[in-house]
Ligand binder design. Structure first.
Ligand code: BTN
Length: 253
């Protein structure tokens, strides 16, 4: 498992123009999952915000142990945080960073609770997950940029399939990391509330009727009041009462 030095140098160059220097970046041509690589990386190679990138994952994984399909032309990366707060919903922070980065290229994306970025037609262009163990929080981000083919059973798409245009993957990655790190800095100074307020606005889900399939498979139906600005929980009005939902898949009526 060897890094690709020219990719690491190019990304470091793009980031240094944005004032981000001294970052540890490891780019691999193929790994099983950047999440596993991030957790297995020896402590001597890890500092806060270390980045792991892969051209290809053979066992990319999504939420609920689902397989994550990352075809050629997609971005797969993990960011290791050693300085973190277990109360922060990092996957929501990262999905907002992906959304913000897409806005630099297109206005056709929106956020879907809990951490998906969708194209306007409802197809998924990015998925995010965050895992914590052994003193590390690892944020995993997959973004479909230039990918041309997806398994038909997936409701997935890419920037290229929708816009007809290709993007430079390293440039998008540099912009994404810069946005993510700016959000993390903002959270250090001002707390999570401002980020979750922006997240809520970008999702346009307030005031809509929704069904949430909870992680245990049961359903909860109600009117979306918004997000809890400390935890990212979804606040639903159900039968005149208020219910907070911490995880699940949301569908709008
Ligand atoms: C989801 O939508 O279920 C989350 C998908 C997360 C995919 C990314 S790709 C980079 C990182 N490595 C993985 O194995 N998964 C995450």
């Amino acid at each position: 498992m060897n890094g690709i030095p020219e990719k690491e140098r190019r990304l470091a160059g793009i980031l240094s123009v944005k004032g981000i220097t001294g970052l540890s970046i490891y780019c691999y041509s193929e790994v099983e999952s950047t999440m596993d690589t991030a957790f297995l990386l020896p402590i001597s190679m890890v500092s806060d915000r270390t980045v792991i990138l892969a051209d290809r994952q053979t066992q990319g994984r999504g939420r609920f142990d689902r397989t994550w399909y990352d075809g050629e032309g997609s971005i797969a990366l993990s960011v290791i945080l050693t300085d973190y707060n277990f109360r922060i919903p990092y996957s929501m922070v990262a999905s907002y960073a992906v959304y913000k980065t897409f806005l630099e290229y297109t206005g056709m994306v929106h956020l879907k609770w809990i951490n998906d970025v969708l194209w306007e037609n409802g197809k998924k262009v990015s998925g995010v997950l965050a895992e914590e163990r052994a003193g590390r929080t690892v944020i995993g981000i997959g973004v479909n940029i230039n990918t041309l083919h997806f398994p038909p059973e997936l409701n997935a798409t890419s920037y290229r399939l929708e816009s007809g245009k290709m993007l430079d993957l390293e440039e998008f990655t540099g912009n994404l990391l810069s946005n993510l790190f700016a959000l993390l800095d903002d959270i250090h100074s001002n707390g999570i509330e401002p980020v979750l307020t922006q997240w809520e606005n970008a999702s346009k889900m307030k005031g809509r009727n929704a069904v949430v399939v909870l992680d245990d498979g049961t359903k909860c139906e109600g009117f979306v009041k918004g997000l809890d600005k400390k935890t990212g929980a979804l606040i639903l009005n159900v039968d005149g009462g208020t219910r907070e939902v911490y995880g699940g898949s949301i569908f709008f009526e």
